[in-house]
Design a protein around this ligand. Structure first.
Ligand code: SF4
Length: 279
């Protein structure tokens, strides 16, 4: 059975960077914890825990003396302040693309704009963007799409977008604002890592007999990849680890495609590809 990996698959730049920063802390023998799970990948989180990097839900839960690692989604300025007031050492693994979006939200508010954040309410990255805009004195609304835009908006309006949103969502919101006669200032902070993985998975799923999608079941971008693959390829299987692979899934298959979410490290992909090649 031929195993073909999607053109874009697996850990994105921001996740690789955060993992490597956490691994460096372990290598230096420093006590550390991450604020929230470092990435949506249970195996990686367990592995870090086994090497002494625990997970704290709140700054108050970080043990004295631990280095507090900020994950790629970033945090609110209030969290940074809370860590500073406790005198904690902080290792900032905020993805530079997310940091750029935070800065954009802050700048829009400073310019006096009513800030519209296009994204998923409650997501840690969106909470960060909202907090940066509020901190700069802006009024903020979070919308998943044009249907959620509040009534009564007036210029100046600024738009910023959660990095993992689809470009179409941003475009639809901007279009709806323009249709109301507004002239929004748009900061396009979409990161193309997600889109590249989705397009490459869709393309590959059309050409193979089966697809394996690798990543945490709690990872929304991996789940989305699995949905995309299932539309194009009936035999699509979402797995977290190699021991979930059932040879019966691939009966009479000549080709199997492999893709993985943006929080799936390379070693997990390779382990599963090895199992598939050995079938
Ligand atoms: S998806 Fe993009 S913005 Fe998010 S962590 Fe990865 S590289 Fe950074």
């Amino acid at each position: 059975m031929k195993v073909i990996r999607a053109r874009y698959a697996g850990a994105c730049y921001g996740v690789q960077r955060a993992l490597s920063m956490a691994n460096d802390v372990v290598a230096r023998g420093e006590a550390a914890c991450t604020l929230g799970p470092l990435i949506h990948n249970p195996q990686v989180v367990d592995d870090l825990a086994a090497r002494g990097v625990s997970v704290a839900c709140r700054v108050e839960d970080v043990a004295d003396g631990d280095v507090m690692i900020i994950r790629s989604h970033g945090v609110t300025p209030q969290v940074r302040d809370a860590a500073a007031s406790r005198g904690l050492a902080v290792l900032d693994a905020t993805c530079p693309h997310v940091a750029r979006a935070q800065k954009a939200a802050e700048n829009l508010a400073r310019q006096g704009c009513h800030v519209v954040v296009v994204g998923e309410a409650g997501h840690p990255e969106v909470e960060g963007l909202t907090a940066y805009a509020c901190g700069a004195g802006g009024a903020v609304d979070v919308v998943a799409g044009p249907g959620e835009l509040p009534d009564g908006l007036c210029d100046p309006v600024g738009v910023v977008v959660q990095t993992t949103q689809m470009q179409e969502q941003l475009d639809a919101v901007v279009e709806a604002l323009r249709a109301r006669g507004l002239s929004p200032v748009v900061k396009d902070t979409v990161c193309f890592a997600t889109r590249q993985r989705q397009e490459a998975a869709a393309e590959l799923a059309q050409t193979v007999d089966a697809m394996v999608i690798i990543g945490g079941r709690n990872s929304s971008n991996t789940t989305r990849l699995a949905e995309i693959c299932a539309k194009a390829c009936e035999r699509s299987f979402h797995v977290e680890a190699a021991d979930e692979i059932d040879p019966a899934w691939f009966r009479d298959c000549r080709t199997v495609g492999v893709t993985a979410g943006a929080s799936t490290p390379e070693d997990q992909i390779q382990a599963i590809e090895d199992v598939l090649r050995a079938l």
